[in-house]
Design a protein around this ligand. Structure first.
Ligand SMILES: [Zn+2]
Length: 85
């Protein structure tokens, strides 16, 4: 976990103090926003066609400024990247 300072107005500050777990709430909102905008997605299992096994894939930024699924196939012992259409 890392810290990030945020700025609140007096009203939102008072309201935030009454919330039982403000940090968890902020994390949830930020993650939801990332998923809506396509910047972040939860890890998922993707099929590696070469060996027909499922590999855990992460949604990551690529060199050319787009996003793609990346994973490591234990069966083939190689990095795998799935193209998004
Ligand atoms: Zn494979």
């Amino acid at each position: 976990m890392r810290n990030k300072m945020i700025t609140l107005c007096p009203t939102s500050y008072e309201l935030s103090k009454k919330m039982p777990n403000f940090s968890a709430w902020v994390r949830k909102m930020v993650l939801e926003n990332g998923q809506k905008t396509g910047i972040s997605k939860p890890d998922r299992e993707m099929l590696h066609r070469e060996c027909d096994t499922f590999v855990v894939a992460r949604w990551q930024h690529t060199m050319n400024g787009t996003y793609a699924w990346f994973g490591y196939c234990e069966t083939c012992e190689c990095d795998v990247r799935w193209k998004v259409r």
